[in-house]
Design a protein around this ligand. Structure first.
Ligand code: NAD
Length: 487
């Protein structure tokens, strides 16, 4: 255990200032199992102060021109990029992800989120229609909603938090944001840059703490009219119930159980490494990760052999080692939960082809108590098994075979989630046909995670409500009004 003197202690950021909190919670380094940081355990009182600050800042911020807000946001992106390495090191230590992933994905994207919305906010137009026979014209105006409550998960901490803060403030709102209590450090680091970028006090307030306490206080506050949440489907249920009496605007980005469909005409040289990556990137802790792989019968054996060979090449090791492909899972409890799925699959008669319980995990001396697990591939598992139905959110993927296009569409759609899907085929007609019928908000064909931020992002069914993107986020973070003029 780290001594108390070495602990990093975070503070809330309210009205442009760091403020201590009466109580704190421990935050662990997932790669060692040691407590290394203390996070404010905020509740109603802290949220109340943040709401007052956000309310007071609203008029000034919403009155600025989009150009002024855009300039400030670009400056913030510059500052994050300038400190990219420090942010990447912190994200890797706090979350357990590899330094390579934090350096190449999380932090560049966090900076880019500000740049993207700084640019897109300059290009929105509103509508106007004429009714000449009535001597009338009608037009719409958009205004910021007010104080936005933003709640994000632990898997892509700064990346997902900034994906909400950026569109909210670009459109003139002020915000109260809460990152996951397990991964709060990079949000706290960003607070140090807000004033330097020119963001006025009270525009971005960050309140740290747990979901049931700090999160709930944000969601239940009557003066926070809009909640943008990314996290689990279960938490979203609580949020919907709590916010319903206040008729809040909600954006919910939730879990997934994403299929990859591999047809016999797929280019396996491209498909196999990409599908290994889509299954295990960020320890499988991405809502878009593949966890059900449907392979057509004629290529099933070859696919399985090559897929397992490729998965075994992934090195699990210290997150700070640039040669590690996978780091540690977020927490001890989560590691246990993920391992339990593998146990259940084994008990049901499925075959574990590599990873957990099959291969041995060799870790550096300093990481023996960390929350590590090997990439694990399960075959011969039934569609109704919990491993094929529930979101595991770890480095576990199931491979099953199918015969026909019609059959695989039905089976791929046979879960409660509908976030993302991947199709591998060289038949253009089939790719369009299948993509159209899959119940998923995002479908990648012959690739994975190629993101176009302009276009809608989000899920169907239990994977969420609403979409995020240039136009969608702008519409969510603004209210539209139709004005009629008789002349
Ligand atoms: P979680 O739902 O446990 O927590 C998410 C956030 O909600 C955290 O900040 C947490 O403190 C807060 N929270 C928890 N209970 C709350 C409550 N009662 N009221 C208000 N806030 C509360 O999710 P997690 O375990 O942090 O993240 C993993 C989940 O997030 C997975 O299901 C994953 O699929 C999902 N996710 C979805 C997307 C997407 O874009 N669709 C992206 C990343 C992660």
């Amino acid at each position: 255990m780290a001594g108390p003197k070495t602990l990093l202690v975070l503070e809330n950021f309210i009205n442009g200032k760091f403020v201590p909190c009466p109580s704190y919670i421990d935050s662990y380094d997932p790669s060692t199992g040691d407590v290394y940081c203390r996070v404010p355990d905020s509740g109603k009182e802290e949220v109340e102060v943040a709401v007052t600050a956000a309310r007071d800042a609203f008029l000034g911020w919403s009155s600025k021109s989009p150009q002024e807000r855009s300039q400030i946001m670009n400056k913030l992106a510059d500052l994050i990029e300038h400190d990219l390495e420090a942010f990447a090191q912190a994200e890797s230590k706090d979350q357990g992800k590899t330094i390579t992933f934090a350096r190449t994905v999380d932090i560049p994207r966090a900076a880019y989120n500000f740049r993207f919305f700084a640019s897109s906010v300059l290009h929105h137009t509103t509508e106007c229609t004429q009714m000449d026979h009535m001597d009338c014209m009608h037009y719409t105006v958009r205004t910021p909603v007010g104080i936005a409550g933003l709640i994000s998960p632990w898997n892509l901490p700064l990346y997902l938090l900034t994906w909400k803060i950026a569109p909210a403030i670009a459109s003139g709102n002020t915000v109260i944001a809460k990152p996951s209590e397990m991964t709060s450090v990079t949000a706290w680091m960003m607070c140090k840059l807000l004033g330097r970028a020119g963001i006025p006090p009270g525009v971005v307030n960050i309140v740290f703490g747990t979901g049931p306490k700090a999160g709930r206080a944000i969601v239940s506050h009557p003066d926070v009219p809009l909640i943008s949440f990314t996290g689990s489907t279960l938490t979203a249920q609580h949020i919907r119930e709590r916010s319903a009496p206040h008729c809040k605007k909600l954006s919910l980005e939730l879990g997934g159980k994403n299929p990859a469909i591999i047809f016999e005409d797929a280019n396996l040289d491209q498909c196999i490494p990409t599908t290994v990556r889509s299954s295990f990137a960020n320890q499988g802790e991405i809502c878009l990760c593949t966890s059900r792989i449907f392979v057509q019968r004629s290529i099933y054996n070859e696919f399985l052999k090559r897929f397992v060979e490729e998965a075994r090449k992934w090195k699990v090791g210290s997150p700070s080692d640039p040669t590690s492909s996978m780091g540690a899972l977020i927490s001890k409890e989560h590691l246990e939960k993920v391992k339990n799925y593998v146990k259940k699959a084994r008990a049901e008669g499925a075959r574990i082809l590599c990873g957990e319980g099959v291969d041995s995990l060799v870790l550096p001396t300093g990481n023996q108590n960390g929350y590590f697990m090997l990439p694990t591939v399960i075959a011969e598992v039934k569609d109704e098994s919990c491993c094929m139905q529930e979101e595991i959110f770890g480095p576990v993927t199931c491979v099953v075979l199918f015969d026909t296009e019609e059959e695989v569409i039905k089976r791929a759609n046979g879960v409660k989630y509908g976030l993302a899907a991947t199709i591998w085929s060289s038949d253009v007609g089939r790719v369009h046909r299948v993509a159209k019928r899959l119940q998923a908000g995002l479908v990648w064909t012959n690739c994975w995670l190629v993101r176009e931020l302009n276009l809608p992002f989000g899920g169907m069914k239990a994977s969420g409500i609403g979409r995020e993107g240039a136009k969608e986020s702008y519409e969510f973070f603004t209210e539209v009004k139709t004005i009629t003029i008789k002349h």
